[in-house]
Structures are given as structure tokens and as C-alpha cells.
Design a protein around this ligand. Structure first.
Ligand SMILES: Nc1ncnc2c1ncn2[C@@H]1O[C@H](COP(=O)(O)OP(=O)(O)OP(=O)(O)O)[C@@H](O)[C@H]1O
Ligand SMILES: [Mg+2]
Length: 162
């Protein structure tokens, strides 16, 4: 359960979030809608720990643990994932290498062993198939030359794998 209570946050001294309270129980999908500039991205950045966003009041916990006290990488290891509005292209880094490195970094942070190559490939194949992603695409450099929709699909793939 993600639990946000009376969350206030500001950027460069400008208050953006002014007392947001929201519970997202495990297994539920919630969409937050609002006008441009309302603070939706700001909320995402605060929850993931982006630099420059200062929480001035309130709390955010994930399964009872204080999310705001953790480093961004520690939040990621607990399952927090933020997708990009404009996914970055990373020439020279195959998508599979990228995702495997990220998975293993998270497993290490959780005190788990690295995933074996066969187990990783099997998981990547079944996950790609479930998202209708051509496995061959995962061998290309991350997002380089991918269409807009393919980039978004790649992000969902990363989220599913992690
Ligand atoms: N460094 C900054 N200094 C002052 N205001 C800022 C700064 N960075 C962002 N803002 C403002 O914070 C407000 C919230 O922006 P945010 O990106 O969270 O909105 P949003 O709800 O995601 O909007 P959209 O629907 O357009 O994506 C905006 O008015 C934005 O201009
Ligand atoms: Mg936004």
C-alpha cells in the first residue's frame, strides 16, 4: 500500500503540492488527472526522490516504510518506478544489457543473488511476448530509433521486468 498523507512540496521555494492525501492499496491501478501545472509530475518526482523537490510537510509510506527517507535507488529496489514522458536514447547500450544491469542492481540492494543468464533470458522472452514486443528489438541500443509507441512499450517492459 502506498499511503500519502497531507503532502506538501515545493520547488525553488514555490509551493506546488499543498496537502495531498491518497491511499493506493496493493494491486489497484489509480490514475491522477488534473490541469497542466497542477503538480502531477511533481508528485511523481517527490515520490521517486528527484533532487530539488523539497517536502515541507506530510508523509509518504510504502508498505509502512517512510519512502521519503530513502535514496532514489532504495525506493526503486522496493518497487517504485517512474517512466519518462520522453524516454532517453542510449546509444551503445543494448536494451537487454540495460535492463539486466538494473535488475541485478536492485537484487543486490535487496540482498538477493544476481539472476542467471538463462533465467533472465527466459523471463525477458515471456515478458516481451506478453507485451507484444519483438524480442529482436531488445538487442538494439536502448530506444535508439524506436518509434514513440515502441519507446513507451519498452518502458512498460522495464517496469514489468523490474
Ligand atoms: N523550478 C521551478 N520553479 C518554479 N516553478 C516550477 C519549477 N519547476 C516546475 N515549476 C512549476 O510547478 C508546477 C507543477 O508542474 P508539474 O510538472 O508537476 O505539473 P503537471 O501536473 O505534471 O502538468 P502537466 O499536465 O502539464 O504534465 C508548474 O506550474 C511548473 O511551472
Ligand atoms: Mg506532468
Amino acid at each position: 500500500m502506498l499511503s500519502i498523507s497531507n503532502l506538501h512540496a515545493e520547488i525553488d521555494g514555490k509551493p506546488i503540492l499543498k496537502g495531498l492525501t491518497l491511499d493506493v492499496p496493493a494491486g489497484e491501478v489509480h490514475a491522477i488527472m488534473g490541469p497542466n501545472g497542477a503538480g502531477k509530475s511533481t508528485l511523481s518526482y517527490v515520490l521517486t526522490g528527484r533532487q530539488g523537490y523539497e517536502v515541507t510537510e506530510g508523509t509518504a509510506t510504502l508498505d509502512g516504510e517512510d519512502l521519503l527517507a530513502l535514496e532514489p535507488s532504495e525506493r526503486a529496489a522496493r518497487g517504485v518506478f517512474l517512466s519518462f514522458q520522453y524516454p532517453l536514447e542510449i546509444p551503445g547500450v543494448p536494451a537487454l544489457t540495460f535492463i539486466r544491469t538494473a535488475m541485478n542492481a536492485q537484487r543486490k540492494a535487496r540482498g538477493e543473488a544476481e539472476i542467471t543468464a538463462p533465467a533472465f533470458l527466459k523471463l525477458a522472452r515471456t515478458t516481451a511476448a506478453s507485451l507484444k514486443i519483438d524480442f529482436e528489438m531488445l538487442k538494439r541500443a536502448l530506444n535508439v530509433g524506436f518509434s514513440g509507441g515502441e519507446k513507451k512499450r519498452m518502458e512498460i517492459f522495464q517496469m514489468a521486468m523490474l
